[in-house]
Design a protein. Structure first.
Length: 447
């Protein structure tokens, strides 16, 4: 979908282009009309002057006295021409040389203006033909002027006006684009605040936005309050349920150790396993509730610093194995909740250290997205077990013995952040390789 900025700019360009095009055409018509009106005024004056050159001779005939015609009408092809028609006789200006202009006669006291395209040397002419009566004789005087020069002048004016119009149009578009960009800044500010809300740095959108956007922002803020309230209710309910189950669960643990079950080892074993499964499930749900509740308590995560400290702790825990744990992570802040990431990497590393022989590698790649990988040189899993572990929706704590609750929590955290969990065999070390991939927007939001 086209962006709002592009839509506004496109609409502005179209409207301004149409306005300036119409204005340019109107201005062109006005300039040409004014120029032709001035020419017609000049032609009218010349016609009046030529009328005075017609005199009566001794026989009572009208004759044309060319000595009183303007000098411009005596220069060959000067662009100024006339034709005087008196009762079937025509007098032509010397400027026409041998060219005959086939102009019609006009009734007395009438006038007609028109364009004649076939003047001398193909000159386009503006013609004013007028009918007169002088000394009882009907006379038609046609005055013509070449439009070529005025056409060239109009073309120059038109070009200059076009350039000026284009400059004004581009300036208007640039100013409007800048105004649109500034007008949309509150939306960008609201978007940035939504990102801050997503990582728990604030709880509401507080940016000052235009009046048209205020209802939307108000609804988003109302929705945020509603979501937070429901999350709080959900966490409270889960917490209350977990605490309510602790006492009966503790009693079940003590019951499993009762001496009366010494004669029933199989029953004791089943009771212990099921009680432990209930305990682990409660712990998992409590952790999931904590993950969902981190919206308002989030902080950033520095992979290199946090993983280095975590590796030192695990090397102490598994000191008897003398493990070599290699960390390859960037020293930069990532917009993950620190507790969630410590939970995720801690479970992955603890699982790897538990099964590793001598070596564990943890890496964090920050590119188009963010990928956290942990691999070890342990026995790994069979292909069938890896397929079971990778099945979406499968309870990992029930899938493969020894890889359960930790990977289940890892998947919960990955899903919460929109990521995916992949399990395969490590080509480098030969053991298990667990990768968690987070989407592009997580990387884009990183510091």
């Amino acid at each position: 979908m086209i962006s709002l900025r592009q839509r506004l700019n496109r609409g502005l360009i179209i409207i301004l282009s149409m306005v300036f095009a119409g204005h340019w055409l109107a201005a062109d018509w006005v300039i040409r009309s004014v120029a032709e009106k001035q020419m017609l005024t000049r032609l009218q004056h010349d016609g009046d002057s030529l009328l005075d050159t017609l005199k009566l001779n001794a026989e009572g005939q009208l004759i044309f006295d060319s000595s009183h015609a303007g000098t411009v009408y005596g220069q060959a092809y000067s662009g100024h021409y006339f034709v005087i028609q008196v009762e079937g006789k025509a007098y032509y200006s010397k400027s026409l040389q041998d060219v005959v202009l086939p102009f019609a006669t006009e009734p007395v006291n009438t006038a007609r203006q028109f364009h004649f395209p076939d003047g001398p040397h193909q000159q386009p002419l503006l013609v004013l033909s007028r009918g007169f009566e002088r000394f009882g004789h009907a006379i038609t005087i046609s005055i013509a002027e070449d439009l070529s020069d005025i056409g060239h002048d109009i073309d120059h004016i038109r070009l200059a006006y076009l350039v000026l119009t284009a400059m004004v149009l581009l300036t208007a578009i640039a100013l409007q684009s800048n105004d649109v960009r500034r007008s949309l800044k509150p939306l960008q500010a609201a978007r940035d605040e939504l990102a801050e809300i997503a990582y728990g740095r604030q709880s509401q959108i507080q940016a000052r936005v235009p009046a048209e956007i205020k209802p939307l922002v108000a609804e988003v803020n109302r929705l945020l309050v509603l979501v937070e309230r429901r999350l709080h209710q959900s966490r409270t309910a889960i917490g209350n349920l977990a605490h309510a189950l602790k006492t009966p669960l503790a009693m079940l643990f003590r019951l499993a150790e009762n001496s009366q079950l010494d004669d029933h080892p199989e029953l004791r074993n089943q009771l212990q396993q099921q009680t432990q499964a209930i305990h682990e499930r409660i712990e998992r749900e409590l952790k999931r509730a904590r993950i969902s509740g981190n919206m308002q308590t989030a902080s950033v995560f520095n992979p290199q610093q946090e993983l280095t400290a975590l590796v030192m702790l695990l090397q102490n825990v598994y000191a008897e194995k003398n493990l070599m744990i290699h960390v390859d992570a960037p020293d930069q802040l990532i917009n993950f909740d620190r507790e969630d990431m410590l939970e995720l990497t801690g479970n992955l590393l603890d699982n790897a250290c538990k099964w590793a022989d001598k070596q564990v590698v943890v890496s964090v790649e920050h590119g188009a997205g963010i990928t956290i990988s942990v691999e070890d040189d342990g026995p790994g899993c069979s292909v069938q077990d890896m397929q079971q572990l990778s099945k979406r929706g499968l309870r990992l704590d029930e899938a493969v013995q020894g890889h359960g609750l930790g990977l289940a929590i890892v998947r919960d955290i990955a899903v919460f952040y929109g990521g995916t969990l992949e399990i395969s065999r490590s080509e480098q070390l030969g053991g298990l390789l667990v990768s968690v991939q987070f989407p592009r927007w997580i990387a884009a939001a990183s510091v």
